[in-house]
Design a protein around this ligand. Structure first.
Ligand code: GDP
Ligand code: MG
Length: 722
């Protein structure tokens, strides 16, 4: 397809073989737009050139040597009519990339511009043929909408023939140009008309030919009916002109070659900011090149296929050509296309992380990956889409950024949640392990661990925050709060364990065989309870000073300390009270009392067991011994000091500090019956033996003592009877 219509081409040789040897047929003879332009621009390395390319077209009647001229100027291979068979060769519009095989290796010398795409437009001859006129108009519109430079190819002998076919063509060019401006009055849409006068014999100097042509052009312009708003516009508002002549190719072949090589360098790269115009307003292309920046249509090369195709479609559908709208549509289309590629690029990095979201773990490397993926995608988009219509581009960039950020936000939130959980878990674990290591200072353990885990959390959050685009302040506060709550809870647990240890060691002090309560009960006397009270208060006081040392290391607050001390004192009393109950169970007491009795009644002063003899005063001794023991019982009934006052337990324990939950006796006010002996504030707490128990104890003792008396008596009788 690409080589259609190349019959008889003088260039049908080695140099231009291959798929795109003759360029591409942009518009074919059936007025169809090509689908191969992207491939062609790719093959010629123009697709990625951005704005660094040029588009020029040639116009002129059929068989005026247009294709020949282009081939000589740009080393293209457009089909040329064979000299023997005269027939039309160029059908539709062809496009080919200009190259320069004779370029000077010296980079300082003038060079043909880079990436010049040349369009060879089918010429017309019979002006009367309606169909031709239609195509001529359409191709002119197409060329003007896309090209920077329009080469107008004209025979010298046609100059001044105002009614000639060329003038008709120029009229068409001007008309369609005005048509374009109907929709787009704001943009200055400038083009260069480059007149190449062929078969210049030399009798008429270029200057005269130029003046004739300029006069004709102005005549045409004045004769046009202009759309509203453009009535007073001048031709130079839209066009620059430049003129050149060429000798007869067949009669002066060497001259022709030489001149075309010279002409070629007018299409050089430099684009002067200040163009040079001669007095009559003609652009001096020998001083500056032809490619003034103002001519560029600003369609990025990768958007050219789509743009050109759309323009052609609008033209063939006879719709008004509205270039700004076309540029916007192109921008939307291309931005979307580029966006898809950028998202694919983004996906390569991000999709694996998204797939792992369900694991709910801290994903290693997420932060840098997020940053790289976003930066890569956005910078690719900026680079490729940034050349398109600015407003559309900015909107599409925002869309893309939002879309990618939304996906990253999901990852970010999940990462923060996982990191949060992790932080708390590591904190608790480290503290627990630290506590187990003996000698660990809880307060500094907490401070250090807190700082470490928070630093880790912050580092992870910062890494994923896209340089502050995402904020983690709230999450950080939540983590800090939870850590502090955790620390308080752990300290509370530790305080609880400490209290339990203290209670245990008090209990073992109270139950010590050597100096505990049981030991003291060995000597029942009025000083029994005062001794036990002293045991209690010194034991508790010692334990409290030990406790205070330990709890300071826990970094406990004064309040927590007070509460713990209060608790310890109350628990200590409860422990003591339980031990007292145990120690004053009836059976045990009877045994102890009987011990006293026996010591007095059954043993003499030297501790030798008595053997009663007849006549000895058993009754008197018995009564005295019993009396002595019975006197001890009241001592046991009430826990009191030597002066019979109650011990200052409430003072010793002190007032309940704020925030304390009463463990025991909280319901004391419900009634006396409910009053608990374990309550430190209850009246019952000092009553060790109730009156009933005293009676029962006395009776039991009396019974056993009486039995001892009977046994003693019986012993005497039996010894007498023997
Ligand atoms: P196009 O239809 O305008 O593209 O013309 P072509 O390039 O196919 O050339 C048409 C004929 O004109 C061919 O036979 C060429 O050899 C001949 N031709 C090419 N250049 C010149 C020229 O400078 N002067 C003359 N007189 N004939 C030329
Ligand atoms: Mg041709």
């Amino acid at each position: 397809m690409a080589t259609n219509g190349v019959n008889g081409s003088a260039f049908n040789g080695d140099e231009h073989e291959g798929e795109f040897g003759h360029g591409i047929q942009v518009i074919d003879e059936n007025k169809e737009f090509t689908s191969t332009m992207p491939e062609y621009l790719t093959a010629t390395n123009v697709l990625q050139a951005g704005f660094s390319y040029h588009l020029i077209s040639v116009f002129g009647s059929q068989s005026t040597g247009k294709s020949t001229l282009l081939n000589h100027l740009f080393n293209t291979a457009f089909p040329v009519m064979s000299e023997s068979r005269r027939q039309q060769t160029t059908k539709g519009i062809w496009m080919s990339l200009a190259t320069d095989p004779n370029a000077s290796p010296n980079p300082d010398e003038p060079h043909l511009g880079k990436n010049i795409l040349v369009m060879d437009v089918e010429g017309t001859d019979g002006r009367e043929r309606g169909e031709d006129q239609d195509f001529e108009r359409k191709s002119a519109l197409f060329a003007i909408a896309t090209s920077e430079v329009l080469i107008v190819n004209i025979w010298e002998h046609q100059v001044g023939l105002y009614q000639g076919a060329n003038m008709g063509l120029l009229k068409t060019v001007f008309e369609v140009n005005l048509q374009l401006f109907q929709k787009d009055k704001a943009t200055v849409h400038r083009s260069l008309l480059f007149f190449v006068i062929r078969d210049h014999i030399g009798h008429t100097p270029l200057e005269n030919l130029k003046n004739t042509l300029l006069a004709d052009l102005n005549n045409i312009w004045h004769g046009l009916s202009k759309p509203p708003g453009l009535e007073s516009s001048s031709i130079s508002d839209f066009f620059d002109f430049t003129f050149a002549t060429l000798p007869h190719k067949l009669l002066q072949p060497d001259q022709f070659k030489l001149e075309t090589q010279k002409l070629k360098l007018r299409f050089r790269e430099e684009s002067p900011t200040n163009a040079t115009y001669s007095g009559d307003g003609v652009l001096d292309t020998s001083k500056n090149g032809v490619f003034l920046p103002a001519y560029h249509r600003r369609i990025p090369a990768d958007g050219l296929p789509h743009y050109a195709g759309n323009i052609w479609r609008m033209i063939t559908e006879n719709k008004d050509l509205d270039l700004p709208t076309q540029q916007e549509l192109l921008a939307q289309y291309r931005c979307d296309e580029i966006s898809v590629v950028c998202v694919e690029l983004f996906d390569e990095t991000i999709t694996p992380f998204e797939a792992a979201l369900s694991q709910k773990i801290v994903q290693p490397g997420l932060g840098p990956a997020m940053k790289t993926a976003l930066d890569t995608a956005l910078s690719k988009f900026k680079e490729e889409a940034g050349r398109y219509h600015k407003v559309v581009y900015k909107r599409k960039l925002e869309d893309l950024e939002k879309k990618l950020q939304a996906r990253l936000k999901v990852l970010y939130v999940a990462q923060l949640t996982a990191a949060h959980k992790n932080t708390i878990a590591v904190f608790a674990d480290t503290i627990q392990k630290g506590i187990k290591r003996s000698g660990a200072d809880f307060a500094s353990l907490v401070t250090e661990t807190r700082a470490t885990v928070l630093a880790d959390f912050t580092a992870e959050a910062e890494a994923c925050s896209l340089d502050g685009a995402f904020s983690y302040t709230e999450e950080l506060h939540a983590v800090e709060k939870e850590l502090d709550e955790g620390a308080t809870r752990l300290r509370g647990e530790e305080m609880g364990r400490l209290l339990a240890r203290m209670e245990k060691s008090l209990r073992s002090k109270f139950t010590s065989e050597d100096d505990g309560v049981a030991y003291m009960f060995k000597t029942i006397s009025p000083t029994l309870y005062p001794r036990i009270w002293t045991l209690f208060t010194t034991g508790v006081t010692d334990q409290i000073s030990l406790f205070t040392q330990r709890s300071t290391a826990l970094n406990a607050t004064a309040e927590e300390n007070e509460q713990a001390v209060y608790k310890l004192k109350k628990r200590a009393w409860k422990v003591l009270r339980m031990i007292l109950d145990e120690e004053t169970k009836e059976q045990g007491l009877i045994t102890r009392l009987m011990g006293y009795f026996d010591k007095d009644f059954r043993y003499d002063d030297q501790g030798v067991p008595r053997v009663w003899k007849a006549g000895e005063d058993i009754e008197g001794t018995f009564a005295k011994s019993k009396e002595t023991v019975l006197k001890l019982i009241p001592n046991l009934a009430t826990f009191q000091l030597e002066d019979s006052s109650k011990p200052p337990l409430v003072t010793f324990i002190g007032d309940a500090p704020a925030g304390i939950e009463e463990e025991i006796g909280a319901t004391a006010e419900e009634g006396d019956d409910e009053e608990d002996v374990f309550s430190t504030s209850s009246a019952k707490t000092f009553i060790i033996l109730t009156p009933g128990r005293v009676t029962s104890l006395t009776e039991s003792f009396n019974r056993q003592a009486d039995q001892a008396f009977v046994d003693a008596k019986r012993g005497t009788i039996s010894s007498v009877s023997q």
